[in-house]
Design a protein around this ligand. Structure first.
Ligand code: NAP
Length: 544
């Protein structure tokens, strides 16, 4: 990052002592919020982050459910900005578990002395742009207020948990929770009759882990997913040394791939090679870790068509091989969406769980959940008596967390209303009429930290550009926003992840507009677009 801010940092409370003043306010102290805080502070701005958690870590603070862990290689997920940090931190496993990742983020906060710039237990309920002063004022649930020229929402794309509005939900006599709100003190599931609703990436991790200790597990599945073996394991000393010596290559590789993962597509078509060669590649990738089987494959398995279906059938057969009861196996085999059109959950023994005597699988597509009763879950077929219910029913992605904050821009325009038909932004980072508001959460998909670091760098540079040139405001032109929104809708319509009914397009939330919620572009394309905009004096933005 080249520029530094020439203006003097301002921080503290105003004369009335009621409203804290900063140059920049960040909402969230997760992976993006922490890095935004670090970066802006390094650039000389006074900055404060507000987070509703009682600890830092965002996603990795809240998601304490058993089995929660990375699907990206740990060493590809950590921050890259500090060589010292890279060399100091030992990832324990190839795919880090939540407690270790939470420890990592706390380690980062302490190492870079970020904690004093973070106010925890602070749920921001509103953010209002003061047009006269060109400042954002945020207010917290406890009445605390703060003002700053810039407002950055680092609130995650999957942080607004969603539980369907089942009738009778509050009548249930036992404990119930969403995995994203897993109690800090844990939940006693040993020997209990536990029901899990939902079999997405969260449900799959959770089910596999708790099946080991519960008395009886009832899984309510609406859609079977393509799930792949994670192949996790501890990192031994020798591998640790190798990893630490090869960070430049790891990050270079991530920078070159579409989703910033360590896996690069094979440029060959699956259909252009012999069936034997195709199968040999499928089997080889099957034995590799994480997303290799998804993202290192023939490029056209990720394009609707023959190759995609060929690979889907390979996956289906792998599921059939692992489940003893053929009827249950068929229930677990996905047949209603294309491979890769939903996010691939990675698992460590998920399918084998259904060979256990203490696990039942209920098809709630065939017999939907009618209501929650005091005793458990009632479908159109039967009532299932339970001691605990876990709603692994997903998230109101991207816009859900923004909508929880009452954000008012110029002319009292309300962001939630503006985004009712889907996000209207320029490159996901800003929306016209909401100057100096950077919606970082609305811009990235893929290996999260790899996508977040360059994005935060870009936003920080933009903020410095505004300050160094004595502007007060930056916001996109309505034309740039229109063009971008049209691009998302048109280019997004053709890509694989728009084809299924999932959070990628808001289809998991009843009544939510169906539109791709993130950019349709690859990570390298997005970085190039943003860089070109900055190099052209923030083309498409109004600087006032
Ligand atoms: P999800 O993928 O949206 O899955 C939600 C599940 O709940 C689906 O099986 C869904 O069924 C079911 N469901 C929703 N409403 C229902 C209803 N009314 N009746 C019955 N079933 C219902 O959510 P998620 O599993 O929390 O995962 C969300 C995202 O979080 C993932 O895609 C991934 O990006 C991220 N994640 C990452 C990791 C990781 O990095 N390791 C781990 C967990 C999650 P339908 O499919 O039929 O809608």
């Amino acid at each position: 990052m080249a520029s530094t801010s020439q203006q003097t940092a301002t921080a503290g409370t105003d004369q009335s002592g009621e409203v804290e003043q900063f140059d920049a306010i960040i909402i969230g102290a997760g992976v993006t919020g922490l890095y935004s805080l670090y970066r802006l502070r390094e650039l000389g701005l006074s900055v404060k982050s507000f987070d509703d958690g009682s600890g830092i870590g965002g996603t990795w603070f809240w998601n304490r459910y058993p089995g929660c862990r990375f699907d990206s290689e740990s060493y590809s997920y950590g921050y890259s900005f500090s060589e010292e940090l890279l060399q100091e931190w030992d990832w324990k496993e190839h795919y880090s578990a939540q407690p270790d990742t939470e420890r990592y983020l706390n380690y980062v906060a302490d190492k870079f002395d970020l904690r004093k710039h973070i106010r925890l237990n602070s749920r921001v309920v509103s953010a209002v742009f003061d047009e006269n002063e060109s400042l954002w004022q945020v207010e917290m649930e406890d009445g605390h207020r703060a003002r700053g020229q810039f407002l950055i929402t680092s609130i995650g794309i999957l942080s607004a948990s969603y539980i369907p509005d089942f009738e009778g939900i509050h009548s249930f006599k036992g404990p119930w929770t969403h995995p994203g709100k897993w109690p800090k003190e844990g939940m006693d599931l040993a020997g209990k009759r536990v029901g899990v609703i939902g079999t997405g990436a969260t449900g799959v991790q959770l089910i596999t882990e708790i099946a080991k200790e519960v008395g009886h597990l009832t899984v309510f599945q609406r859609t079977a997913n393509f799930c792949a073996p994670l192949r996790n394991g501890p990192i031994d000393d020798e591998t640790q040394k190798k990893i630490k010596a090869s960070y430049p290559e790891i990050f270079k590789k991530c920078a070159e791939t579409n989703g910033s993962f360590m896996h690069q597509f094979d440029t060959r078509s699956a259909m252009a090679v012999s069936p034997e060669e195709r199968l040999e590649q499928y089997e080889r990738l099957w034995l590799e870790g994480g997303f290799a089987k998804w993202l290192s494959n023939f490029y056209d398995v990720m394009v609707p068509g023959e190759a995609n279906e060929d690979y889907a059938e390979f996956f289906r057969n792998k599921i059939r091989e692992r489940v003893n009861d053929p009827v249950i196996a068929e229930m677990l085999v996905p047949k209603d969406h294309m491979f890769g059109s939903k996010r691939l959950p990675c698992e460590s023994g998920y399918y084998e769980v259904y060979n256990q005597d203490n696990v039942s699988l209920i098809d709630v597509r065939k017999a939907p959940i009618e209501r929650i009763t005091p005793k458990g879950v009632k479908t159109t077929d039967a009532e299932y008596e339970l001691d605990v219910i876990i709603y692994a029913t997903g998230y109101d992605a991207v816009t859900g967390s923004l909508n929880k904050i009452d954000i008012h821009g110029i002319g009292d325009e309300i962001l939630k209303e503006k985004f009712a038909g889907g996000p209207r932004t320029y490159m996901g980072v800003q929306s016209a009429g909401f100057p100096n508001l950077f919606t970082i959460n609305a811009a990235s998909v893929g290996n999260f930290v790899r996508a977040a670091e360059p994005l935060v760098d870009w936003v920080s540079e933009a903020i410095c550009y505004v300050r160094d040139n004595n502007f007060k405001r930056i916001s996109p032109t309505p034309e740039a926003e229109d063009t971008w929104t049209k691009h998302v809708s048109e280019a997004g319509a053709n890509i694989l992840r728009s084809q299924a009914d999932s959070w990628f397009v808001g289809a998991n939330i009843p009544g939510k507009a169906r539109v791709l919620l993130t950019a349709p572009d690859t990570a390298p394309q997005m970085r190039a677009k943003r860089d070109a905009v900055a190099a052209n004096g923030y083309e498409g933005f109004i600087l006032e």
